[in-house]
Design a protein around this ligand. Structure first.
Ligand code: FBP
Length: 694
């Protein structure tokens, strides 16, 4: 009876141990929720005030001046401590406020801490003030869907990843109607300010909202979010004001942990090349950071490929008195050859395995593909502009889309509107594999951007690599180097003279890794070589030990592909991102309390130690330039790409040779470990930032 009771499911389910281990909230979550991020010293002062910094200048702001006249004259603003002797400062800070907050675009670790920092400061100065979170991103603002953010809600999400508290969305507020709807929502809620937590396009939106809301006195502050790390702000005289957007560090560390685990696996069972595509819609910042974190064998940096020039071709054309335009910029074919070269050299040194990182946005930097992307973006945008139906509804299948392009190339398109697609484009496009054509013709996002995450970039590149490796194998150039000592052992065990056989079989008997001659590509050609050297007679069978060595040298190119993106984007934030984002939230409040609008909250000196961090406001309008979007020149924030003259890239370029480990040297893999938010081994900022601060 007693035994039966202990064995019952009910007893098991109600057992305190069961309840503890299957609870939704584990120790890690409890610790994260109760962790207090560090505060920049100024936030411990009673109040703050703004110090204008007109000395910071930014490029040409002519177009921004036309479209954003009320905020274009904003300066960079530094927050400085204020003792509060001035009664009016006390009054403005303690005013009862309503502040709205919205996430926009892809999630990035640390977003909840921005809200926490904002909320804590809002409540610190007036407990009657309210913070409203718009639901599902900008749609919440348009449709007036929101929640009041309470202490218990904030407490449940402190230091936790994702944007799940109020969710996010990619809707763009890009029409007069949407602007009006947003204004109406903010007026109805009696908002004093709106905080937009988003990427480059969302901060662009924030600037236009700031302009629109100016007359109503509703302030708009942007916050630089995106794992891509492409919101970085420098002044004309190269002073860094915002070194990186939040979420970048965590995503890079999360990806790196996985990639690093693959380096361990690869060097254990020595049979796979792991190909890791890493997020970053355009810029390769994440790949560069992962390269430093893991020392993977190959890391491709898109920006470098765009800058590539083939010196040999240029010289050759010069000698012939011509200019070879194809020598500028990287082609997919050439890229695959470079990768093959590394694979072949590593194999020659006994390592037919490795780990490669490919940035998601690499195609943007490959000339031939970029042209397609730009042309197709324009064609789709123009079609949508002219017709009532969306391009993708009108041409649902790939065949329909291709047929439409074909008609266009033959001049049978919409009233000759689409002259940009010609017969040559059509021919070249036809040569691409259908899954790639489908990707290039796929739906654009709400900002008209090409969705790189939808394209199997790694497959395109690796298919070409495989194809060329087959050619090299047939030419006898792709072989696995056999360790000299191993060869000798096998031959001696078989009572054969290794030195004698080596002359017939290998081309480099003095090296540590022995390579079978290029002319030997099959058992037949192997036998021929032994017969020619009179080591066996024409009727004799091949010695088993020689066959064993030959088979060992025969490479099989096996790949495993991985995509790292959404997983890292949803990770809980690192210590760096926990601190960074909490201080961003506080900065946003202090800018609002000081009457700022059209500014992006930022932390200067992020690339330095925490005690050097400084909260500032950056004028968004001044970061904008004209860019072609959906076929039209549009005023947007300029994305920041990997600087080929940055410290980080220059150092990478020098040290990466060692990571290739193409000579007989050891692999140099690095173990960054898991994402953490506390503990002495946690790094205090991203490696690329550390290098750039030297
Ligand atoms: P944000 O720029 O909005 O932060 O998003 C970045 C990103 O994560 C890119 O790295 C990726 O290409 C894209 O979002 C994926 O978009 P989606 O979430 O729509 O699939």
């Amino acid at each position: 009876m007693e035994h039966q009771r202990y064995n019952s499911l009910e007893f098991l389910l109600n057992h305190p141990k069961t309840e503890h281990v299957i609870s939704d909230v584990n120790t890690e979550t409890i610790e994260r929720r109760s962790f207090s991020p560090k505060k920049i010293k100024i936030f411990s002062s009673k109040y703050t005030t703004i110090e204008e910094c007109p000395e910071h200048k930014f490029g040409n702001t002519k177009e921004a001046g036309k479209q954003l006249p009320d905020i274009v004259k904003n300066n960079v603003q530094r927050l400085v401590p204020w003792d509060g002797k001035d009664e009016s400062v006390k009054r403005t800070f303690s005013m009862c406020r309503n502040i709205g907050v919205v996430f926009s675009g892809g999630p990035a670790p640390g977003g909840h801490n921005v809200i926490a920092g904002l909320y804590d400061e809002v409540k610190k100065y007036n407990s009657d003030s309210k913070v409203f979170g718009f639901l599902m991103g900008p749609d919440g603002l348009l449709e007036s869907k929101y929640v009041e953010i309470t202490r218990s809600l904030v407490d449940a999400y402190r230091n936790m990843g994702g944007f799940s508290m109020i969710k996010t969305g990619r809707t763009k507020i890009n029409s007069p109607d949407k602007m009006e709807l947003s204004l109406k929502t903010c007026r109805d809620l009696n908002l004093d300010a709106l905080v937009v937590i988003g990427g480059d396009d969302s901060n662009t939106n924030a600037a236009f909202l700031a302009q629109k809301f100016k007359r109503d006195g509703i302030k708009v502050i942007g916050v630089p979010k995106t794992i891509d790390g492409d919101i970085q702000v420098k002044t004309d005289d190269n002073e860094t004001l915002c070194a990186i957007s939040f979420g970048f560090h965590t995503a890079a560390r999360a990806f790196s942990q996985n990639i690093s685990n693959l380096t361990t696996d690869a060097s254990s069972d020595v049979k796979y090349w792991h190909v890791c595509k890493v997020m970053g819609r355009v810029a390769s910042h994440l790949t560069l950071e992962c390269a430093f974190q893991t020392h993977a064998n190959i890391s491709l940096i898109g920006e470098e490929l765009a800058d590539y020039t083939d010196q040999q071709r240029i010289e050759k054309a010069k000698k012939e008195g011509e200019v070879d335009y194809t020598a500028y910029g990287m082609t997919l074919r050439h890229l695959s050859r470079l990768i093959c070269d590394i694979i072949v050299k590593r194999a020659a040194n006994g390592k037919n395995f490795g780990v490669m990182i490919i940035p998601e946005g690499i195609l943007e930097f490959i000339n031939e593909i970029q042209v397609f992307i730009i042309k197709l973006n324009t064609i789709i945008a123009d079609y949508n502009h002219i017709h009532d139906t969306d391009f993708h509804d009108a041409f649902p299948t790939l065949t329909d889309k291709l047929e439409y392009l074909r008609r266009m190339a033959r001049g049978m398109g919409d009233k000759d509107k689409f002259f940009i697609w010609n017969l040559r484009d059509d021919d070249l496009f036809d040569q691409l594999p259908s899954f790639f054509q489908e990707g290039l013709l796929g739906e654009r996002d709400n900002h008209g951007n090409f969705q790189f995450s939808e394209v199997k970039t790694e497959k395109i590149i690796m298919d070409m690599v495989k194809e060329y490796l087959d050619v090299l194998k047939e030419q006898g150039k792709y072989k696995i180097g056999i360790e000299r000592s191993y060869y000798k052992l096998i031959m001696e065990n078989a009572k054969l003279n290794p030195d004698k056989f080596a002359i017939a079989v290998f081309k480099n008997y003095d090296d540590t890794h022995l390579l079978i001659k290029e002319s030997i590509i099959s058992l037949k050609t192997l036998k021929q070589a032994l017969v020619n050297h009179e080591l066996i007679g024409p009727e004799d069978a091949l010695p088993a030990s020689v066959v064993q060595i030959f088979k060992k040298s025969d490479p099989k190119f096996k790949t495993r592909t991985h995509f790292y993106g959404y997983d890292g984007r949803g990770s809980d934030p690192t210590y760096f991102d926990c601190n960074y984002t909490y201080n961003l939230g506080m900065t946003a409040f202090h800018l609002i309390a000081n009457g700022a609008t059209g500014q992006m909250a930022a932390i200067k000196n992020l690339e330095k130690k925490f005690d050097k961090w400084e909260p500032i406001g950056i004028p968004i309008a001044k970061l904008m330039h004209l860019e072609e979007r959906e076929g039209k020149l549009t005023l947007v924030i300029e994305k920041s790409l990997v600087g080929l003259d940055s410290n980080a890239f220059r150092i990478f370029k020098t040290v990466r040779k060692g990571w290739l480990a193409m000579e007989s040297n050891q692999d140099r893999y690095r173990r960054p470990g898991p994402v953490r938010f506390t503990g002495s081994s946690e790094e205090d900022r991203p490696i690329t930032l550390m290098l750039n601060s030297i």
